[in-house]
Design a protein around this ligand. Structure first.
Ligand SMILES: Nc1ncnc2c1ncn2[C@@H]1O[C@H](COP(=O)(O)OP(=O)(O)OP(=O)(O)O)[C@@H](O)[C@H]1O
Ligand SMILES: O=c1[nH]c(=O)c2[nH+]cn([C@@H]3O[C@H](COP(=O)(O)O)[C@@H](O)[C@H]3O)c2[nH]1
Ligand SMILES: NC(=O)CC[C@H](N)C(=O)O
Ligand SMILES: [Mg+2]
Length: 511
């Protein structure tokens, strides 16, 4: 059966897949295609509607991506988001320019909506902004339907032509009721009925894995985190004992993590598991390296070399399974037109010569979708609701050069932080929390003596997919206790700061 289709036109935004997912959540099938796609090809697909994504470019510059005017005359409803609204205005004769320092907006912003089918049923007025450029005048035939204190054109419509645009990002969870805007666009403006329901992802994936892998041998890079655990269980379901999991202890794990992961996996899952202790090897390669992307690439490469060695010992494995999820790909700059924010070790950080065929069964999904699948597969809650932990681990939380001494200080501080969050009943409510060790020493006084020791940074964020996040408001008394304990109990640390940056403009990790 042919389904109703909505096209997401990719201008290089960080949240493109999130837009696609919001459409999926509304039971509408959706494809992401490049802005370079021929307009005739687009028309031939007979889409019910089109969504233009955000993007890193400036619509008014000569070489910036834009679609030819015809697309706006094709009778297909269009919703432009961020760069999408800007390019729509620019192409149709409005004016867009670089905003002044005061006009730029990033993060949570209060907005006023006017009457529009796009905003039907909205009861809140807080949205997530991420833009430098701004629209000064709208094209003929358009009216302004939303504004903020610093942005007079935050929403536009041309009802007759079914063209709409918003400067903010309704697709991110931190835009309150943003999902309603996508829903209104789909149901009120594109007039879809909603005929797409995802068949059981697990059933489809298992069948697909069986078909791709057959009776070949597979090695799974297992971190004990959510993504690789779910990936391992899925692949195990498909191919059973032809799967061997390899867990690398690179010396950049948290306190006791290596032993915990090994114990959980040996006790709960009936899978072949190998633990490789490789602390010296990773720390050796990282010696003297300070630049974050360089560190990520070194760690990414070393992971692969370890997997290759293990594979050779086992008698050559054909496939390498990784728990890659969509945000890893898009931030690594491989999600179509989007910019590289950081090379996730398992994607952008991979060396060029990899001796395996890579299998990534979760690569289109977001963390919360992965968690749902994990629960459905019967993996225990405790593992599923663990905070994410990046593959490069403390390697990107020790800012600057990574040494064992610094990792040890950070491990102790982080363990105290987690312990206090659990005691305060906050662990599960927070999406991700961790300590970092900036390459900064500060002066303190303890027991009437001068100290000169490391600064510890604390981070805690709320999110559901890691694509956007807000800083978590840990109660002061809990923060106080954590800071006290860290300074008192961790040798080598004498000061604690709390990070109150949202994403964007910050990222969750500091490197
Ligand atoms: N220590 C490790 N040993 C083996 N493989 C690892 C290790 N750390 C990361 N990986 C591989 O890299 C992938 C990406 O890491 P990432 O941290 O994003 O996912 P995860 O650890 O599975 O889940 P989580 O996000 O919950 O930590 C993992 O799914 C896994 O395949
Ligand atoms: O497997 C991973 N390999 C990496 O190289 C990596 N870098 C960041 N992260 C995790 O991804 C989420 C978003 O991170 P950022 O806001 O820091 O980009 C957060 O949950 C980060 O912890 C990584 N995971
Ligand atoms: N997030 C976006 O789409 C940004 C659009 C454009 N690059 C700006 O800075 O305004
Ligand atoms: Mg991890």
């Amino acid at each position: 059966m042919k389904h109703e289709l909505v096209l997401v036109i990719d201008f290089g935004g960080q949240y493109n897949q999130l837009i696609a997912r919001r459409v999926r959540e509304n039971n509408v099938y959706c494809e992401i295609i490049s802005y370079k796609t021929d307009i005739e090809e687009i028309k031939a697909k007979n889409p019910k509607g089109i969504i233009f994504t955000g993007g890193p470019n400036s619509a008014y510059l000569e070489d910036s991506p834009q679609m030819a005017k015809e697309i706006y005359d094709a009778g297909i409803p269009i919703l432009g988001i961020c760069y999408g609204i800007q390019t729509m205005c620019h192409t149709l004769g409005g004016t867009v320019r670089k905003g002044t320092a005061a006009e730029k907006e990033y993060g949570k912003t209060a907005i006023t909506y006017k009457e529009s089918r796009l905003f039907e049923g909205m009861t809140t007025n807080s949205v997530w902004m991420s833009h430098t450029d701004r629209i000064d005048t709208v094209p003929e035939g358009f009216e302004i339907i939303a504004y903020t204190a610093d942005c007079p054109v935050a929403g536009i419509q041309n009802v007759e032509k079914n063209l709409y645009g918003v400067q903010f990002h309704p697709e991110v969870e931190h835009s309150q009721e943003g999902y309603m805007i996508i829903k209104n666009f789909l149901y009120n403006i594109c007039g879809v009925k909603g005929d797409w329901t995802t068949d059981s992802f697990i059933k489809d994936k298992v069948a697909e894995l069986k078909a791709t892998i057959g009776d070949k041998k597979v090695l799974c890079a297992l971190s004990g985190g959510v993504d690789s655990s779910v990936a391992a269980v899925l692949v195990h379901k498909a191919i059973g004992d032809n799967l061997t999991c390899v867990f690398v202890d690179h010396g950049l794990l948290r306190k006791n993590e290596g032993d915990d992961v090994e114990r959980i996996f040996r006790n709960t899952f009936d899978m072949n598991l190998i633990r490789v202790n490789a602390e010296d090897r990773f720390l050796g390669k990282l010696k003297g390296v300070t630049e974050p992307e360089a560190k990520r690439k070194i760690i990414g490469e070393e992971f692969i070399r370890v997997f290759e060695e293990e594979s050779n010992k086992l008698g050559k494995m054909d496939f390498l399974v990784q728990g890659t999820i969509y945000p890893d790909i898009v931030e690594s700059g491989l999600g179509g037109e989007s910019a590289t924010i950081k090379s996730h070790h398992n994607v952008g950080g991979l060396p060029e010569d990899v001796d395996f065929q890579i299998v990534e069964p979760l690569k289109e999904l977001f963390k919360d979708e992965v968690r749902k699948i994990g629960l459905e597969l019967g993996i225990e809650d405790k593992l599923i609701f663990r905070h994410p932990f990046p593959g490069p681990g403390l390697g990107i939380r020790v800012i600057g050069e990574v040494t064992k001494e610094k990792c040890d200080i950070l491990r102790e501080a982080d363990a105290i932080y987690m312990d206090e969050l659990r005691k305060a009943g906050l662990y599960r409510e927070i999406w991700q929390a961790f300590a970092t060790l900036p390459d900064v020493k500060t002066v303190g006084v303890m027991g009437d003596e001068r100290t000169y020791a490391y600064l510890v940074g604390l981070r805690a964020v709320s999110s559901s997919d890691g694509m956007t996040s807000d800083w978590y408001k840990i109660p002061y008394d809990v923060l106080e206790k954590i800071a006290n304990r860290i300074v008192n109990e961790v040798d080598g640390a004498n000061r604690v700061v709390y990070d109150i940056t949202s994403k964007p403009p910050g990222t969750i990790e500091w490197e």
